[in-house]
Design a protein around this ligand. Structure first.
Ligand code: M6R
Length: 357
């Protein structure tokens, strides 16, 4: 039920701090340490390469998951679109482990890959929100998102839940491997939950950004470097699927290789700047598009901000920024769709769970 909320999407955006806390609780042992089932840790440690397979928003969470797993657990990761995997199957390593990410656990494209790799004799882990879902039943192992039912077609709380569970998987694997995982993840996820609350309380700011940048827009670009690039892809998907504004996310460094040709007077460009190592270069990209007339909106993070930034996110651990930087993008998409009179929860041509290939 949506209760007092006008839309499920807004309710689900607001539930994100609570979901974060539920995940921390669900994946803690009696001593407050993060845990996952031993057999899953063992499968991770046995693998020489992980293959993440997913669609849409879940694929975008997988892109972030790759960074988390490679940095915390030191296992190479490839991320693949399920719909492409069948005919573009990569050369597999000697000991692969497949990780399927699916909110619904029913996505046909992902299931087709799962069936294929199981036939080939490989092990699979499904990360899903729905216990007992098809992808969960057909895989060897399951990790649950604990996000509660997600009703709006546009996925929001499942994305952040997927990233949090991937972070825990990466952390526990890295720790069991004896890698020096230099992060107190329980504490950092607690900081994330609080930061999420701050953002959910700042809705008017994001409604204002939508009203300022998007009412007449025919397109919108999201730029970022490093992990911000992956979040930009998700911001673009969110905006296009519910507001029907043509939106594209790309790496800041790619601008000069083509996309900058599309920048005209007042083209909206939303830039994420949450990573210290690339702060200078993403800001240089923003200048390049501003010089060509773009309306630029920088969303940065405390400690990295510069005068003129449109919004400054609370400071969180730099590996976990997607968990909070996505919230302004979800809310901007929500308000852009609302202002255009779109059916926010049930956008045209889309189904919540895509059960045909
Ligand atoms: O249930 P799944 O996570 O497998 O669904 C995958 C995509 O269909 C889904 O994320 C879709 O892209 C959403 N509508 C995005 O908001």
């Amino acid at each position: 039920e949506k209760g007092t909320y006008p839309h499920f999407m807004l309710k689900e955006i607001d539930e994100q701090p609570l979901v974060m806390r539920k995940i921390i609780q669900a994946y803690q042992d009696g001593n407050g340490n993060l845990k996952i089932e031993d057999e899953i840790t063992k499968a991770m440690l046995d693998a020489d390469r992980l293959y993440i397979v997913a669609c849409g928003t879940s694929y975008h969470a997988g892109l972030v998951g790759k960074q988390l797993i490679e940095k915390m657990a030191g296992i190479p990761v490839e991320v693949h679109l399920a719909s492409e995997f069948g005919y573009n199957m990569p050369l597999l390593s000697a000991k692969p482990l497949f990780i399927f990410i699916s909110q619904s656990g029913e996505t046909a494209d992902s299931r087709a890959v799962l069936i294929k790799v199981k036939e080939m004799g490989y092990k699979a882990l499904t990360i899903t929100n729905v216990p007992g879902s098809t992808l969960s039943r057909e895989a060897d192992f399951t990790l649950l998102l604990h996000a509660g039912p997600e009703i709006a077609v546009a996925s929001t709380k499942a994305y952040t839940a997927q990233i949090a569970v991937l972070a825990i998987l990466a952390f526990v694997t890295g720790t069991s491997k004896g890698a020096s995982v230099n992060i107190n993840l329980v504490k950092e996820l607690g900081i994330i939950a609080n930061a999420m609350e701050t953002l959910c309380d700042a809705k008017e700011e994001f409604e204002q950004i939508a009203a300022e940048y998007l009412p007449a827009a025919i397109n919108c670009f999201f730029i970022g470097r490093s992990i911000d690039h992956s979040v930009g892809l998700e911001g673009a998907l969110k905006l296009k699927e519910i507001s029907y504004i043509q939106a594209e996310g790309f790496a800041g460094g790619e601008l000069k290789h083509g996309t900058i040709a599309l920048i005209e007077k007042q083209t909206p460009v939303i830039a994420l700047a949450t990573q210290a190592g690339v702060n200078g270069s993403i800001r240089a990209n923003v200048k390049e598009v501003a010089t060509r007339g773009a309306s630029t909106c920088i969303i940065s993070m405390k400690g990295l901000e510069t005068e003129g930034d449109r919004f400054v996110l609370p400071a969180v651990h730099e590996l976990l920024t997607p968990l909070i930087s996505v919230i302004p993008l979800q809310l901007i998409a929500y308000y852009a769709a609302l202002h255009r009179g779109c059916d926010v929860d049930k956008p045209r041509n889309l189904a919540k769970s895509v059960t045909v290939e």
